[in-house]
Design a protein around this ligand. Structure first.
Ligand code: MN
Length: 236
């Protein structure tokens, strides 16, 4: 017997898949903080010396924060300092708890380029008052993402490659995936000790340096070499 809902259940957020008409259904969105040393420093933080020095710090966004690449989004409420963070996103096709780093890559369906939009002023205020980051990170339209490139099509997972973002054609962020402090398998291992992962989970893996403010009317374009691109416009 199927359940009867008092109103129609919300639609399942989903992401396009490169060269495939089918969609990737999104369950949860996890993000890792301060995973590039140069970005940690620009945020006024001492970066972790290496992946074994300390466990990574995670936060989340709601699944319906997903924005399709190419969309125009409103400038969010309650901020005067909306920031861009270009990130490699790992999309999980399998899950589990307490996954070893050695087995972690088996969980990955594919990769995409995503933007972790951040209300930086709210995040800074939350940080200094010891409050959680939720409303600075998990607001509406805060997770633009490009098409997922399946591992089957890539042949290997990207451990090096340029990751960059421009605003109105001017380069703002540029880094390399080889500068990740915690690798994708190490992120999955650590995250799966916090919570059980499942198919449909997305993991934003952190941003290189060069984060900065966006203004109404801006065109934001990000790219991860060998993976894909993402673009979003901010309403005038
Ligand atoms: Mn981020």
């Amino acid at each position: 017997m199927s359940a009867e809902f008092i109103f129609p259940p919300p639609p399942c957020p989903s992401v396009a898949i490169a060269q495939d008409a089918r969609r990737f259904p999104v369950r949860r969105i996890f993000c890792i903080a301060l995973n590039y040393a140069a970005h940690a420093r620009e945020m006024g933080k001492e970066p972790a010396k290496d992946a074994s020095a300390e466990p990574p710090f995670f936060f989340t966004k709601p699944a319906d924060a997903i924005v399709e690449s190419g969309a125009t989004i409103p400038y969010p409420t309650l901020t005067h300092d909306l920031h861009h963070e270009i990130e490699l996103v790992a999309a999980l096709g399998r899950g589990g708890a307490d996954i070893s780093a050695a087995r972690a890559l088996d969980c990955i369906f594919g990769y995409a380029a995503g933007i972790d939009l951040t209300r930086r002023d709210l995040q800074t205020a939350a940080r200094s008052s010891g409050r959680p980051w939720d409303m600075s990170k998990g607001f509406d339209h805060s997770a633009p993402i490009g098409a997922i490139r399946p591992v089957a099509a890539m042949g290997h997972h990207p451990t090096r490659g340029r990751i960059s973002l421009s605003v109105n054609g001017v380069l703002r962020q540029a880094g390399d995936l080889s500068d990740l402090i915690w690798s994708v398998p190490q992120i999955i291992a650590a995250l799966s000790r916090n919570v059980a992962l499942a198919p449909g989970d997305l993991i934003f893996t952190g941003t290189p340096s060069g984060v900065g403010p966006l203004l109404p009317g801006d065109l934001v374009e990000g790219e991860v070499e060998h993976v894909g691109s993402v673009a979003v416009s901010i309403e005038k």
